[in-house]
Design a protein around this ligand. Sequence first.
Ligand code: ADP
Ligand code: MG
Length: 586
Amino acid sequence: MRKIVQLPPRVAERIAAGEVVERPASVVKELVENAVDAGATDIAIGLRKGGKDLIRVQDDGAGIPADELPLAVARYATSKISGIEDLWRVTTLGFRGEALASIGQVAELAITSGTGGGEGAAITVKGGVASGVRPAACPRGTIVEVRDLFFTVPARRKFLKQDAAEFGRAAEWVTRIALSTPRAGFTLEHDGKLVWRIAPDATLAERMSMLFGPEAGAKLLTVEGGGAIEVRGAVARPEVWRRDRRAINFFVNGRHVRDPMLNQALEEGFRGCMVPGRFPVAVLGVLIDPERIDVNVHPAKAEIRFANGSEVFQAVVRAVRAALARLGPRAIEAAVPRADAAALPMAPARAGRAEPSPRSAAAPDGLPARTAPFRDAADFAPRSGPVPFAPPAPPAAEAPAAPARVLQVARMYLVREGTEGIEIVDQHALHEKMLFLAIRARLAEGPLPAQELFFPVPVRLRPEEAAEVEERRDALETCGLRVEIIGPDTAMLRSVPAFGETGDPERLLREVLEDLRAGGGGAAEAMAARLACHLAVRAGRTLSAGEAGDLLGRADGMEEVDTCPHGRPTKLVLGFAELRKHFDRP
Ligand code: ADP
Ligand code: MG
């Protein structure tokens, strides 16, 4: 080992620059974003040799005043934010003030700019060393030229791919920005040849035609989802599809982001309309209060973090479904083979009582496999139908002929007349014990029946948690929890145990993981207790008369339910004799 030394600033800056500038495409992205931030309406992008020799971006934006040029190329110099609190209100694409400085570290950077008043000015930076500012004729706008990329970091230059591949990546960025910047025109050239041009007034459909092909542009559905989180843009009809996700574009407050959770939401919206393995063409903007997202989590700003991911997820699913719903069932059938269409419902699945699907008939214990339990009172009414909290059915003979009237008190206790007196039951404790017995019995036989969530729940995981989920996948599935890792720190919880009600599936997942960690997975009894506690109806939850009667009716046929799994009583009986005594009756 060598001694610890402080890196010379020059070395540290080069390392930092490497985070922002990975390849020509990163330069193109930063320069075009700067042009957009400067309010340009016409932006011309030209590359030579995939951008390795030259990248040139010219815009007609506000320009940089001559005296600010040295600052523009300095590190952490930006005109877009002035303090850390501004990070929560960023509406520009740039804000880190690093791009030009980083590019100047690893290439030869020349900026010529004019603000419209008087002559323009120019500055050059080579390998981190800036020249003085000199006057140069320039109309309003800015021309940035980047030559000889990575001449200071030959190792990185070696990793670059063929010119065509590098140009392709750069073009993808220009495409994304062209899609998300309505009132700007774009021209893209490679090795002196025009690749495409989009006029400033082109509509989104015209832009999509140009960038994804005329078929996509001609078969668009407008997406418009209102609410606290707006989702706007367009998706191509399901018969237009791709083999990968490259034609999926999400913009959050105008910023292009790669986010597995958003992709998942789009695919969820398309479920039933598109065969698995095919991917939609989509350009969707998510508009959200800037204070609800963190844009500063990635050096190239390609990722963001949402304060409330599941709300965003649901807003996207809803908006996409609403757009597709306008197609009507026939168009969807045409796009998907019948079998798929049948298996994957288009409309939000209502509690399954009205239309029993083949799946729910086959589900174990008569539990509806795809429905959310404990949603509305009607789910509880029919004794013969699928009953959401269903321990093994009680012997029919012991069930009372007509359920006694039940009163809920303090949203916690159920009171009714029993044979020996007034019965007062703790709703949570009783349900918990019933679930405990049922779950323990099921666990002895094998995995618990799972119930798919209609809206899978995105869960942020730390890397070690993600590893844990992988490791304990079988144990989780035994508990009815199916989890899919979809990104470095995101998982989708796709199912929960088909017992009781899951108010907070994410918490359930975390609790079960905790238990598995503590118990090593062997303790079925402890697991049953944990699941029962989580899935049982809470104290404080208002029960309809139907639900309350159903709960007590089911318990009547069961033994061992006088205490909860923790040993506390579930029931108090005020005996008739005791009452008589109290009221001094004979
Ligand atoms: P950032 O975009 O994060 O602020 P940059 O290093 O990309 O950082 O740019 C530094 C500053 O230079 C910007 O804040 C902006 O004021 C100015 N600038 C860069 N490019 C342009 C341009 N094309 N037009 C006008 N101003 C620009
Ligand atoms: Mg910038």
